[in-house]
Design a protein around this ligand. Sequence first.
Ligand code: IMP
Ligand code: MG
Length: 179
Amino acid sequence: MLDERNFSKYLSNHEIEVLVQSLAERINKDYKGKNLLLVAVLKGTIIFAADLIRKLEMDPEIEFVRMTSYGKKSRASSGTVAFLKDIQSDLRGKHVLIVEEIIDSGRSLEFLYERLKKAEPESVEVCTLLDKSKKRVVTDVPVKYVGRVVDDPFLVGYGLDLEEKFRNLKDIHYLKYPN
Ligand code: IMP
Ligand code: MG
């Protein structure tokens, strides 16, 4: 169970739903009639991707990738990124939309973005529910669809984990005492 002395509610399930709806509306408008492939980043994106895809009006394909940053501590991302699961499908003729639940340094995003670009899709864009834009180290990947810019609290719930737990919480909570 989440200890309420350490965590406070940050975004309610209803607030999240409003953000997801507005992202879906933009995507529906921009990708109408296009061949859309969502590339969702495991594991954190599972809940967001599941909600988003059900609000899309075209017939998108969905693929999952999983990356790791070696030496990653539970609350901070660092270092080199590698694929634990890459995608198999041919991207030519497809419009690719990377789906992330949160972007922090942007290192894993850059790694994925460069990999996807090399596969010569029609386009590659990025959609994230949350953006810790002030924490960005890698700034050359454009993030077109952002649900909400957040400062730097450590967040859990709605797919976001603390040491692999709490992904199942419906609301997003922040850690009050990070250290
Ligand atoms: P980046 O490569 O530094 O942008 O790492 C982004 C990844 O770190 C996200 O996809 C999340 O998996 C994880 N992450 C970043 N901030 C948080 C957070 O506040 N809570 C849980 N996971 C986070
Ligand atoms: Mg993630």
